[in-house]
Write a protein that binds this ligand. Structure first.
Ligand code: UDP
Length: 238
């Protein structure tokens, strides 16, 4: 790995909720800019990094807004939301000089490359940041599953889950003051204790491929860099 870093290649999953900042809905470009800065820093130091962005800040297939819609249609709308977020993130990265490609699991030739595994690998080798949009491209999945799938396909050394909490806790730390943070967990513990870190299909895919999941708060300045060096606060699942 690049000097001082633990991993050569990583996938960072950022949920849509992170991108809305303190707003109740939508995209807060100031927050997107902060995430982009963090990504730029590690990319400039030579770590190969790709991103999966959620869509929950705009639309979720299981949300109230989906109402009586059939699930598959609502999920497709959710996938479209991830494409909007991906374009916002691409703009923020390119504004600060980071070469970026968006690849969509649902081909949309005018605005993004289609997902092509070997092409994505080549971008990463060249130091470009690849943003994977539209999850796995199928309804009844989430972007967590998309993140796990792409991390496995890209041969990533870790799947980083950037959230608004600095790791996995025994209970929700926002509701329960006695909650404590796990330093390490096994995939099996996450599944059997039903610790909602990522959905079960994502966890089991990481278990099967042996890729560690690192959960940390992307809201803390400098946290991504620290986590990649094995410093700072996080929970690691192996
Ligand atoms: N979605 C889907 N298939 C996928 C990825 C996403 O159907 O492979 C839909 C699903 O409706 C989901 C929405 O897109 O609720 C937004 O993604 P997600 O909820 O994973 O976003 P996040 O919670 O990370 O913001």
């Amino acid at each position: 790995p690049a000097h001082g870093f633990r991993y050569n290649r990583v996938l960072l999953k950022v949920s849509g909720e992170v991108l809305m900042g303190d707003q109740a809905y939508g995209i807060d470009m100031k927050t997107v800019g902060l995430v982009a800065e963090a990504v730029a820093k590690v990319a400039r130091e030579g770590v190969e990094i790709c991103l999966v962005i959620g869509g929950g800040n705009i639309f979720r297939g299981l949300s109230k807004a989906a109402g009586d819609m059939d699930r598959a249609s609502a999920d497709y709308m959710g996938m479209l939301a991830t494409i909007m977020n991906a374009l916002a993130m691409q703009s923020a990265l390119e504004k600060i000089g980071v070469a970026t490609r968006v690849q969509s699991a649902i081909p949309m030739a005018a605005i993004a490359e289609p997902y092509i595994r070997r092409r994505a690998m080549r971008h990463l080798e060249k130091g470009r940041v690849v943003i994977f949009a539209a999850g796995v491209g199928a309804p009844f999945f989430t972007t967590d599953s998309g993140a796990a799938l792409r991390a496995a396909e890209m041969g990533c050394d870790a799947l980083l889950k950037g959230t608004s909490v600095d790791g996995v806790y025994t209970a929700d730390p926002k509701k329960d003051a006695s909650a404590t943070r796990y330093k390490t967990l096994t995939y099996q513990e996450v599944l059997s204790k039903d610790l909602r870190v990522m959905d079960a299909s994502a966890i089991s895919m990481m278990r099967d491929t042996g890729i560690p999941i690192v959960v940390f708060s992307i809201r803390e300045e400098g946290s991504l860099l620290r986590v990649l060096k094995g410093e700072g606060v996080y929970t690691v699942i192996t």
